[in-house]
Design a protein around this ligand. Structure first.
Ligand code: GLY
Length: 338
């Protein structure tokens, strides 16, 4: 069943203007601690809960403490919860909002490139359970997502690049206008020109929205968005690389596997590596194949001997490919010598 989420996305000229429509009583803000320092002035009129930065906030104890504070503040069924920050805050906001009083209205102000182009869109919200990432959650669409690209001006280069990995992933999945944009604009042209930055976000969000609208519950098409993530998550669970950096490595390895199975031309792999290089993203795994495989098999308590591996065939042609675990291990060992 297809859904419509396009109407929830708003590219805004100022947070103040957008917030004028959101009443102060019965609204609670969840705001990342660093974002509060940098951009808190836009949101001062609201009650807020500050969320310390870091993936380790995505756990049940934090959810429970947020719910305590929502109850103390008297937020009721007609209330609204607004998440301001990166993917951790949008995940927590989406999850809490979809279970608190069996569901209240919520919206996001994503403040990182990764959250704007990926994490804030799609309705999946998850918290971690022990070592298992995003093991608990719901798929609930936010009522609004407000994009204010100037928030990106305060990102570190590393954070910006991390977001670019998901943008590159969307370009591989869709080809088209986003790929053309990446070919025609250098990193500094994008970062230094607000209009180009906005265009980049618009093109990248469009790709994700189109996929999610066709397959919200991930029964088929949406799996393509996991390109680079099978290997990426395994690396992320055991290294200091950022999420985007791990996705970049995963995407490059997926392209190498596609080339070695003669499913993709070598140019595809070279182009993906070139895009990653342009944004200082790593392209080699720091893990030995054996360790990588252990992590992949452990991910989400996998029991089957095969996995849905997302394989890039060409720009605009990414497919779900059934791969035996043993075959994947064989490929990773083969590639370890490159
Ligand atoms: N919230 C991220 C997603 O749904 O993909």
């Amino acid at each position: 069943m297809s859904i419509s989420i396009k109407h929830t996305l708003h590219f805004i000229d100022s947070p103040d203007g957008f917030l004028a429509d959101i009443a102060v009583p019965n609204t609670m803000l969840l705001i990342d601690e660093n974002v509060k320092e940098l951009h808190g002035k836009y949101f001062e009129k609201y009650n807020s809960i500050t969320i310390p930065s870091g993936e380790n906030q995505k756990k049940m104890e934090v959810v429970e403490s947020i719910i305590d504070k929502l109850l103390d503040a008297g937020i009721d069924r007609n209330g609204t919860i607004i998440g301001v920050g990166g993917g951790v805050v949008t995940d927590l906001t989406g999850f809490v909002s979809s279970i608190y009083l069996r569901g209240v209205n919520f919206g996001f102000f994503p403040t990182t490139l990764l959250a704007m182009c990926d994490a804030s869109i799609g309705g999946k919200n998850g918290i971690n359970f022990g070592a298992y990432k995003n093991m608990i959650g719901t798929i609930t669409q936010p009522n609004f997502i407000a994009f204010y690209p100037p928030f990106l001006n305060t990102l570190s280069d590393r954070e910006f690049n991390s977001g670019m990995a998901e943008v590159i992933k969307h370009a591989v999945i869709n080809g088209g206008a986003l790929q053309k944009f990446l070919q025609e604009n250098t990193r500094s042209e994008i970062q230094e020109n607000p209009e180009k930055l906005k265009e980049l976000c618009q093109l990248a969000t469009e790709v994700k929205v189109n996929v999610v609208e066709q397959d919200e519950k991930e029964s088929g098409l949406r799996k393509k968005l996991n390109l680079g993530h099978t290997i990426g998550h395994a690396i992320e669970s055991t290294s200091d690389f950022t999420h985007g950096e791990c996705v970049a490595i995963g995407m490059v390895l997926a392209a190498k596997i596609a080339v070695s199975r003669r499913l993709a031309k070598v140019d595809l792999m070279r182009d993906i590596i070139a895009y990653c290089n342009a944004y200082n993203l790593p392209t080699h795994t720091p893990l030995e194949p054996k360790v990588l495989m252990e992590k992949i098999v452990k991910d989400k308590k996998r029991r089957s001997s095969e996995i849905d591996f997302i394989m890039p065939y060409a720009f605009g042609d990414v497919r779900v490919f059934t791969l035996e675990i043993d075959e994947l291990e064989h490929h990773l060992k083969e590639l370890a010598h490159e």
